[in-house]
Design a protein. Sequence first.
Length: 385
Amino acid sequence: MMNKIPYGRQHISEEDIEAVVDVLKSDWLTQGPNIKLFEEAFAKYVGAKYAVAVSNGTAALHLNVLALGLQPGEKVITTPITFVASANCIRYCGGEVVFADIDPETYLLDINAVRAILENDKEGNFKGIIPVNFAGRVVDLEAFRKLADEFALWIIEDACHSPGGYFTDSHGEIQKSGNGNFADLAIFSFHPVKHIATGEGGMITTNNEMLFKKLLNLRTHGIQQDFQKKIYDHGLWYYEMQELGFNYRFTDFQAALGLSQLKRADQGLVRRKEIAQKYHDAFANAAFVHGQSGVIEGHAYHLYVVEFENRDKLIGYLREKNIWAQVHYIPAHLMPYYRQFGWKDGDLPLSENYYSKCLSLPVYPTLTEEEQEFVIDTINKFYRG
Ligand SMILES: *Cc1c(COP(=O)(O)O)cnc(C)c1O
């Protein structure tokens, strides 16, 4: 029996371990120098001006929606084919989640579906859009920006799947995921299945200085971080809480791990692309596979998703062989929590159809050739006997 092959997993090197141990021996476990270093390196990596490290990707989403000032009852559009956090952040602020269907070719939020919702809206209560770079494929944020500007909306780019990914804009320029050129804010996660793993962790990137400063305050209880901006001053000991924030800080040893991992990020992307290419070639002519589009430029391949005939049985067969392929995602609007707001089966047929067939095959830099061949052979055996 092969060792368990998950759909994704972290890669921790000896260098990573040393980086963490160094911090553990230092004076700063949190709020030390590594956080700023990681933020600066990450901002540079994605091509954004500012970065704010936080405790996880969900906290990043929450702070974004807070910083953008969403009020109870206001509406935000997102995709159902995402991890539930992309929608939940809207609820944290009392907003209403409006799910729009996906484009069945790209599996990304369909801009035409979003436009239709906005054009049919009579109340003018929409405030933002949260597109998700699902599986690592980067949304055409230039097109979304144009649409958002027409309706005076903000954009949060959920880039948890796409560090290092990019799309090509209408001028042929490469636009890296999270670079802040089109979205107001972007968020990343450093959960172990993501490209960069720090245990828990998240990052916000932006080019907007005002939002950046607001996020710094909100990350630390709403305590003003810019000492020039204090309203009162009682003396050397004085700190001032001006608004209601949270403790969503990242730790220094996590930042050291992140910095060390970031050095290998591009290498990891190359390996992910190789794995995607190999799956593509293996199933290029298979009648039981749908939705393979060849290796896509700028795709960060957090996941390699395809649609399989008889998917439910295939999952069981793969599990017996210790291959833990996974379904991404159960459409968020079908979760009992969202059904209470009136969402039901059949509301978003393209997302639901995708959900009935999709499967994420194992992709991670340390997946060996032998393991990948085992995955491919096992799938072929299931269909071809
Ligand atoms: C992982 C993930 C999140 C949440 O990140 P956490 O760090 O787990 O809180 C949000 N959105 C997407 C698309 C994700 O994949």
